[in-house]
Design a protein around this ligand. Structure first.
Ligand code: TRH
Length: 406
């Protein structure tokens, strides 16, 4: 059984499902499959709902430790807490009884995680019935446009769930983007002192700030040894900033030491510097501060698109190489005529040559990308404008939900 939620909420004097600003309440259920993307997306979404739309948000999440890496102020022992205006509840997987009044106006299940049966039963009893959405994963594939907002009636209960797909076109839900993100980024990028202070706080040395700075966030299977070798032999000094825990084995091989924050080594033109895994808002600044960003999964991939800088995506691997299809679909939209980025991205994801042991191939692949960095910067700016036009995902989702509310 879940803890008696009403009693705890009453004791903490928190709202059940009411909000002073809009009166709208929303519950997000998030299961952390692995890594940080699941909670990273839900946490960002929750804060935006609260801060920009005044929605009373309850975020149910089953893994508070992953969450704490993005949000250091979180108490991993608390069953219920308020963080940044959001009610965070530790979802321990138990089922239990819920009263209809505990159900939010809008219920979001993230990535088709099964929400507690007792909660679903209470949803069916609530009047009016809540809006129920399944927030899906991001892909650039075309089929998404045909599935976005489709209904899925419950087999037994008088409830209908709707699919909501983020995406890159006007026939999808768009991407998460806070209203103040672009102005904050522009201000930061127009202020060299802000960049210097930010990088210095991460331990980056003044001399390193004048060369090419690259942030690196990838899965451990990335062909990192080959890329490090290409950077080491390159024509320009390059500093690679690696948050702690990213591709630890390859990073340790280069460093000759355990990759703990503050550890750095220089060979040839390349300095690899391990930095602390930063809190989520700081990660944006890291992307804004670097000349090129390597990102992965879903959330950092989207943030790189709002950073206005060139980026390379390491896609989350899936069975039967489904991820290669998704990568190609994105490249087809983002960079159909940018050969250097397509070649590099396909190789980085193991979808094309050069192979990881082809040092000369990687050297050439990197040189081509480097030579095209200014062009990639222009493409990043144009893409940002294009995707901004379709509206942000949170606003789009609330608009869709309002059409379903009885
Ligand atoms: O961590 P990811 O690989 O996460 C996911 C999950 O694997 C998930 O199951 C899968 O569905 C999804 O990828 C596709 O990558 P992602 O999505 O980029 O999430 C990382 C989060 O961590 C993102 O919110 C940014 C944040 N972050 C920080 O806050 N600080 C940091 O220093 C770094 C490197 C990342």
């Amino acid at each position: 059984m879940l803890a008696p939620s009403s009693a705890i909420i009453d004791a903490m004097n928190l709202p059940h499902n009411a909000d002073a600003t809009t009166g709208l309440s929303l519950a997000i259920f998030c299961k952390v499959v692995d890594n940080y993307g699941d909670i990273g997306i839900c946490w960002r979404f929750a804060r935006q709902l609260r801060h920009e739309h005044g929605v009373a948000v309850t975020l149910w999440v089953d893994d508070l430790r992953s969450f704490q890496r993005l949000c250091p102020q979180l108490d991993t022992a608390a069953a219920l807490q308020q963080v940044d205006g959001v009610t965070v509840r530790h979802w321990r997987g138990q089922d239990g009884q819920f009263a209809p009044h505990e159900v939010a106006d809008i219920v979001i299940e993230f990535f088709a995680c099964d929400i507690p049966e007792g909660y679903v039963a209470a949803m069916a009893q609530r009047s009016p019935r809540p809006v129920w959405l399944n927030l899906e994963g991001l892909t650039a594939e075309e089929w998404v446009e045909g599935c976005h907002t489709l209904p899925s009636p419950h087999p037994r209960l008088p409830l209908t769930k709707y699919f909501f797909f983020p995406g890159f076109t006007a026939r999808t839900g768009g991407l998460l983007r806070e209203a103040d993100l672009a102005p904050r980024r522009r201000q930061f990028q127009a202020d060299p002192a802000a960049r210097q202070a930010f990088l210095a706080q991460l331990g980056v040395q003044p001399a390193e700030m004048t060369g090419l700075t690259v942030s690196l966030f990838c899965y451990p299977h990335a062909p990192l040894d080959a890329l490090f070798a290409a950077w080491e032999a390159g024509a320009r000094p390059l500093t690679c900033l690696v948050p702690e825990g990213v591709a630890p084995e390859a990073v340790a091989r280069f460093l000759g030491a355990a990759p703990t924050p503050g550890t750095a080594a220089t060979r040839g033109q390349l300095t690899v510097r391990v930095i602390a895994f930063v809190a989520q808002p700081e990660y944006d600044k890291l992307l804004w501060a670097c000349d090129l960003n390597f990102v992965r999964g879903e959330d950092s991939f989207v943030r790189a698109q709002w950073a206005g800088r060139p980026f390379v995506w390491h896609i989350y691997p899936q069975d039967e190489k489904l991820h290669h299809k998704k990568l190609r679909a994105f490249l087809q939209r983002y960079a159909p005529d940018i050969d250097s980025l397509c070649r590099f991205s396909l190789a980085w994801n193991g979808a094309a040559a050069p192979a990881p042991d082809d040092a000369a191939g990687w050297g050439a692949c990197w040189q081509a990308l480097l030579a095209n960095l200014p062009g990639l910067g222009e493409r990043a700016a144009a893409w940002e404008r294009q995707v901004t036009e379709i509206g942000d995902m949170t606003g789009n989702l609330l608009r869709f939900a309002s059409t379903l509310r009885q």
